[in-house]
Design a binder for this molecule. Structure first.
Ligand SMILES: Nc1ncnc2c1ncn2[C@@H]1O[C@H](COP(=O)(O)OP(=O)(O)O)[C@@H](O)[C@H]1O
Ligand SMILES: [Mg+2]
Length: 608
């Protein structure tokens, strides 16, 4: 997938948009995180009180007025010494508050996280469904799937594991420092010495790891694209005995991908162990200076124990900040990749667009076309298909036959400077897209059936179809016998989990599906290539009988098919080589006559 200029900072709005519906849960989550952090702050104070005032009998003068009030309310130091259970109970009460807030945190976190993921999936899927055909042609399915799964997970993990903890981290950080300064400013200053180093190191690490994650994600996309393609094309792989080649290719990519993560693992281990050493050094400083201060009576033992607890609480948030920065880069990469999909412009359908009747003359007026990033491949094509007539199209592979039909169905937009296509005089670019597409029935060259029942496949065009409609369409498409052959009839599962249809059966199912649409314009893109000549003729006769008024475009190489058309267009390398009735073309030198002669010769041989 090509990478657009990234806008890491611009993704905040997108996250905010995705957070619709889960914001409330995350706010509750943060409140619980704050409560739990505050509970953490209280315990060392109780222990300090127990050590200094209750056990040591120290004066209460050094305590803050608020704590002194609390102590007096509990009955004073002497009373507490006689009733130690009060302090014990206080510690249990704090633990209960902490447990309750942790419980709330987890529950709201899960709710918020899952809601976020659901919103993201819904939004992305809806958006992808609306993206133009061109976009889909340019992107690997596996890569898109990866963006819709693992990139969404990464984002969710960041929000629910990191972002919700931010408040807890900040409370722990700020409150610890406040308490530490309150007890001993000098020792706090000493404790702070290694902090800038730890933070600077975190940031350096963040820069290093950003690129790594991006590489990992891209290669995971490549890997899943490879798997996806191989599973879809498993028959080709087997038929050509390419298992080994494909496996080697996969192995190579898999190994490269694994290597990337191992490298990331090494970078991360280096970071975590260095951070361990740094925080060890920091604790060492406090142990050394704290003991010295205690010995010189500049600090009480209770204060020293509480100080160590707060310091422990300080180290964790500092390291978490580092971790958060690295997770942020990971989530940033994922958001960027999801954002690239969201940036792609949706196919716009103007609800006020024209919706004229489509059983009118179709006119290609000096149409030229180039696929994005390639040279022009349709050159100045002009022709008129009178309403209700049949046009045959003949041309070598790659001559642009399918492309011309895609343009008529507006699967690709046609820029005004490249000519225009009109139906009944109305430019199709001005029409309501849904109107145009429902009025054009197209059987694609490579028909696709969903892994659902035959009935569900046929009913795709409209949920209101009756059994009679289905039967009629199947009869016209010569599919009836095939369906009767299945024990479950229309309820037969086709595709991956059911009956595998032959090429011809698939084509006929696709034709039947299109016929249920009852469109005034019908396009058959080489759709009868896989059925025998006889069935081909039968289907065409049935079509003629039922859809006498429809405008039909038949792309085919069969002379028997083409010679029944009202006019035939011969395309050669994207240019109109010949245009006329079959009779006229038979009397002109050109591709039509050449193929006609070859095929009539082989027909004679067959009958001889
Ligand atoms: N999505 C695409 N992007 C770029 N080039 C394409 C795309 N689809 C088809 N082409 C090219 O356009 C030319 C015409 O293709 P197509 O219309 O499918 O030919 P035909 O149906 O006559 O065999 C071919 O050279 C093909 O390689
Ligand atoms: Mg084609």
């Amino acid at each position: 997938m090509e990478t657009k200029p990234s806008s890491r900072s611009g993704r905040g709005g997108l996250i905010w948009h995705f957070l619709k519906g889960s914001r409330g849960f995350f706010v509750l989550c943060m409140i619980c995180a704050a409560a739990s952090a505050l509970a953490d702050m209280v315990t060392p104070q109780i222990i300090r009180l127990a050590v200094d005032q209750v056990i040591g009998g120290a004066s209460v003068d050094t305590l803050s007025p608020r704590v002194r009030e609390l102590l007096a309310a509990a009955g004073g130091s002497a009373y507490l010494r006689a009733n130690l259970w009060i302090l014990a109970l206080a510690i249990v009460a704090v633990a209960l508050v902490k447990a309750a807030s942790q419980y709330g945190f987890r529950v709201y976190n899960a709710k918020g996280g899952e809601t976020l993921v659901k919103t993201m999936r819904d939004t992305l899927y809806t958006h992808i469904e609306r993206l133009p055909f061109q976009w889909h042609m340019q992107h690997h399915t596996g890569d898109i799937i990866q963006r819709c799964t693992s990139d969404i997970d990464t984002t969710r993990n960041f929000v629910s594991e990191q972002l919700t903890n931010l408040i807890r981290i900040l409370i722990l950080l700020v409150m610890s420092i406040i308490f530490m300064v309150g007890m001993n400013p000098l020792l706090t200053l000493i404790a702070m010495i290694p902090v800038p180093v730890i933070i600077a190191y975190s940031i350096r690490f963040h820069h290093q790891i950003w690129e790594g994650f991006q590489q990992c994600d891209e290669n995971e996309g490549k890997l899943s694209a490879m798997v996806q393609e191989n599973l879809t094309g498993v028959r080709v792989v087997r038929a050509f005995g390419r298992e080994r080649y494909e496996r080697d290719r996969f192995d190579q990519q898999n190994e490269f991908y694994t290597g990337l993560w191992v490298k990331m693992g090494r970078i991360m281990s280096r970071y975590w162990s260095t951070a361990d050493i740094l925080s060890g050094l920091q604790v060492m400083l406090i142990v050394v200076f704290g003991v010295i201060f205690c010995l010189r009576d500049r600090m009480t033992s209770g204060e020293y124990i509480a100080f160590l607890s707060y310091n422990g609480m300080l180290v964790w948030p500092i390291r978490m900040l580092g971790r958060m920065i690295s997770e942020m880069s990971k989530a940033g990469v994922s958001m960027e990749r999801v954002g690239q999909i969201m940036d792609a412009e949706e196919e716009r359908d103007d609800p006020d667009g024209a919706a004229p009747p489509l059983n009118r003359d179709i006119c290609f007026d000096h149409v030229s076309f180039a696929y994005e990033g390639t040279a022009e491949m349709l050159h100045d094509i002009s022709l008129t298909i009178p309403a209700g007539s049949t046009l045959g199209i003949l041309g070598g592979t790659g001559s642009g036959k399918s492309t011309l039909m895609y343009l008529l169905d507006r699967l690709y937009p046609l820029a005004p400077e490249n000519g225009k296509i009109t139906i009944g005089g109305v430019d199709i670019q001005q029409m309501r897209l849904s109107h145009l597409r429902s009025g054009i029935g197209i059987v694609l060259q490579e028909p696709f059936l969903f892994s659902r029942t035959l009935k569900e496949n046929l009913m795709i065009t409209s949920p209101d179809l009756t059994e009679a409609d289905l039967a009629e369409a199947s009869r016209t498409a010569c599919l009836e016998e095939t369906i009767d052959g299945f024990s479950k009839g229309y309820e037969t599962f086709v595709g991956e989990r059911g009956v595998t249809l032959s090429g011809g059966q698939k084509q006929r199912a696709a034709i039947a599906r299109m016929l249920t649409q009852k469109a005034p314009i019908m396009i058959f893109d080489d759709s009868l290539s896989a059925v025998d000549t006889e069935t081909d003729a039968k289907i065409r006769a049935a079509l003629e009988k039922r859809f006498g008024q429809a405008t039909i475009i038949l792309i085919s190489h069969r002379m028997t098919t083409l010679s029944k058309a009202d006019q035939v267009l011969v395309l050669d390398h994207g240019k109109v080589a010949q245009l006329g009735t079959p009779e006229e073309l038979r009397n002109q030198p050109g591709l039509f006559r050449e193929i006609d002669q070859i095929q009539s010769m082989s027909r004679e041989e067959e009958t001889a």
